[in-house]
Design a protein around this ligand. Sequence first.
Ligand SMILES: Cc1cc2nc3c(=O)[nH]c(=O)nc-3n(C[C@H](O)[C@H](O)[C@H](O)COP(=O)(O)OP(=O)(O)OC[C@H]3O[C@@H](n4cnc5c(N)ncnc54)[C@H](O)[C@@H]3O)c2cc1C
Length: 456
Amino acid sequence: MVDYDVIIAGAGTGGAITALTLAQKGHSVLVLDRKARDTIGLKTCGDALGAHHIRELKEMIGLPDLPKDIVEHPVAGMDLYAPNGKHKLTMEGETTRGYSFNRHKMGQWLVSLVEKAGAEVSASTRVKKLLLDDGKVSGVRISKEGEAEKDLTARIIVDATGATGMLRRQLPDSSPIEKTIAKEDQMVAWRDIYETPEFEFETPDILEIHWNQEQTLGGYTWVFPAGPHRVNIGLGVMMIPGYTHPRTIFDRFVKTNWEFMNTKLVTYDSSGGIAPIRRPIDTMVDDNFMLVGDSACQVNPIHGGGIGSSMLGGVHAGNVASEALEQNDTSIESLWDYNPRYMESYGIKQASLDVFRWFLLNVTNDEINFAFQKGIVKGIDLLSVSITGKMEIGTGEKFKRLVAGVGNIPLLRRVNKVSGLMEDIKDVYRDYPDSPEGLERWKARLTPIYDAAKKA
Ligand SMILES: Cc1cc2nc3c(=O)[nH]c(=O)nc-3n(C[C@H](O)[C@H](O)[C@H](O)COP(=O)(O)OP(=O)(O)OC[C@H]3O[C@@H](n4cnc5c(N)ncnc54)[C@H](O)[C@@H]3O)c2cc1C
């Protein structure tokens, strides 16, 4: 006899949507979060989300429209700036439309939907330990403010604890799930939110991304207005050996290079955070166990957005968990289908963008300036890369652009090579194994492609 069908550790975007999906199907669900009930949703974030994510969730699980008070300002598109600040690419299209929104209110809204659907939410409750029975996951040890520690059991435990993946890290060595995430596969970020009473953002519906390999290696600076007098500004860097702490870069580079920084600023928040920026974890399930959101590395490796994909992961995880519970079989084999469903809907694109990330790490400021100046890369290309994970360079109009950029043939060759590797990785993902037996053989096919991307 177990206490719940499913216990979900973490009431963030991934955990909340997993809970909502399961509760709507009538399962008994307990969601645990260490934050107090009224602080769930408070998180260091760029606070930007594509509207298409909400539309998809509406179709999949009937998620209501975002309440108006959550949206700070609509977003129409994004300007991507070259390191020299002179050249920019504008990305505008269906998938760049969205919102600058209030993260805290979003979290509160999601948890209230979860509660209304019938799941139990226990806030101010820290999940401390993953419990095993005969080597298989069986429950969690929790500690709630003012109460003695206690053990709870469930048919399925979901780790939705975000970038810490604190239950994932406690899995036994025999688990096929990777327990740790390499530092180089993580982005560390710092960001401030300001009211700017003396400065007006002229186009608050356009988000800005500033690329600069010397300041923000493997990452970027974002300037996301949330209205004419409000902004979320921050930067992220890849955690490669010798990286500089983003707060230091913020003080040294951001504070001295943006005009509005010299005007009166009312600071709403100033904090740091970490996000995994790699392909999804190769298997996100084990016996009686699932990963969702950042703990499953369901984040876009290029722009670091993970709210939409964590919610998508939550729907797939919730659906598969429900099917497994109905079949009375929560073994790894029974939960396996979560992997291919997620890989097909988003993981394949993440894997391909992960290849692109390694290539970008080795591109210099001069090369980026050159590519922007010569029009080798256009907004539409980057938009298409970020939507589809496919980089089409080499034919028709694009080929002419390549020829126009003939001054830097080595760069063009490298771009061509990486676009081939991006296709190679997608082919491997199309062959994702349909049972756990094929996992190790499949993983072995990834390594040479990523190794080649690191050298491209
Ligand atoms: C600086 C920064 C900027 C970002 N900007 C954007 C953006 O603009 N747009 C976007 O789409 N994505 C953005 N992301 C990524 C996005 O925030 C995450 O991918 C997304 O929140 C993942 O959701 P999650 O549910 O997996 O984790 P989280 O939202 O982090 O939720 C995890 C929850 O688990 C709880 N928890 C953790 N440990 C325990 C424990 N031991 N016991 C109980 N509860 C626990 C936490 O309190 C938290 O509520 C950004 C990330 C960072 C770091």
